[in-house]
Write a protein that binds this ligand. Sequence first.
Ligand SMILES: [Zn+2]
Length: 559
Amino acid sequence: MQTNPSLTQTFAVETYMRRAYNYLDNMADESGRPYFNIYWFQGGESAQANHNDDDAPDVTSRQWQAAILARHMTGQQCRYENVWAKTILGRIDPKTGLLDPSLSHPNCCSDGHNAMVLYSLATAWADSKDPVYRDAACRMIAQLPGVKPKTMWQGVSIKSVMTWVRLSNDMPGLEYAGTMARDVLDGFGAANHFGGHMHQGLRNLSGVVDYALYVKDAAMLARVDALYRDVRSKGTRFGWLPENAPRAGSPERDQVGCETCALMDFVALATPLANNGHPEYWGDIERMLRNQLAENQVADGSWLKPGDKPDTQLDTWRDVGSRMVGGWAGWSSPTHIWSNGSGSEPTEAGGFKAFMNCCGGSGDTALFTAWKNASLVENGVLSVNMHIDKLLPQAEIRCHQPYQGYLSIALKEACKVRVRVPDFVEARDVKVSSNKGGVKAAVENGYFELGPRQAGEKIEVTYPVPVKEEEIAIGNPGHKQYHYRVTWKGDTVVRMTPIGEQYKTIHSGWGKDPFETEAYYGEEGPGRLYQREYMLSDVVPQPSPLCVDDGKLNFWMLR
Ligand SMILES: [Zn+2]
């Protein structure tokens, strides 16, 4: 088998976060303002990036937060981190403590936008303890309940408020979060059926789970868990989720695309549940991380034709494709970084929206959440929740999946150790050994409980990584369905083969007359995903460079 030695490295989240810096540092204008829209042109014209009202505060606050998280992971600072901090603080009205509608489009000063700013302020304060951020967050949280008009994004506030409540013990914020949490659950109905916009609904639930855990409301937690399982059934095992969950009278037509923002929120919802009595959800997170989340990061923008027109105040055509590398898909299909059929009609100039950069910071936050919780130490117990590389002060964890079923733990400190049994193997097929003699591995709640281990000990876990095939379909009920044969090696998808009818065009459009457009759910289209044949090899991968987890900013390890 042909393998590419440069690609046979261990799977490390750090690798993807490092790639994100190209996007964060370059897909902005000279002042640091990020571009929201990226257009591709059917006639072969140069790709165009374009500012819109969402650039600030929406995209800027997401990217500021992502920049802080990324710095804690890699030690590297984004070019515009300080600029984004200044921009966000400058958009807040000193009189009201809320976003100033005279500085941003009034539509961008909703409760949801204020909430996104609050989340980044809380992150900045947790990072730096700078009182400027604390004061801004305190003022905003006091005013949030009064923001009018309320929008469908109101529930987005909950995670932001709860993050601040936990950091600062702000009790009035807790009451507001509770009101919002009950509203969100009422909105889904007693049957706990998840419908609507994935990003919004999942972000809401990631806040509700935080609140329910904080106040120890078991009934509320059980409802969130039921909704999580319902959401999971609407996606695929490899972590592809539709941007909108079907619901009665759904106007989604033939288009389905996977928005990276929704993957971020899925991880943010699943992680606290997995950390609190549902270890079986670690497998969902690991499969999303290794597969659709990893593939949703732009690795090749060459299909976006480079241009050389000088920038205008609102637009740029310079090297848009290469500047997007490290950014994130707004509407991927299982085979392409862009499915088209995103619902946006072409612009007057014939441009189709290929990316929306709300996802630009969201993918990085998803990476951080998964990385932070992949393995962690609590009260002297090391839990290896996901079989991916992780460097902790107490241990170095290395995994050879998908090449080989091999995990090693090099302990630097004495601690108890537990390792999750991968979903695709039986515990009896797993061998655990140590350089310090025999290991008794009792299986409990899906983990090998290895008991107290010594500093200097190297534990090795080996298991088979079977290659299996599965056939799946995606698509809205009553609309076109897209079929795939998925080849798995352990928890990694190594091949994605479209099968059945491959539609060249589909009906697209939201809440208006549908229009016929090219779509990329088959073999043809830009940015082919899952080009992973080399992963079928059983070579020993080279260790990827890792960064030590400083233990800070884990907003998803909740007790
Ligand atoms: Zn997005």
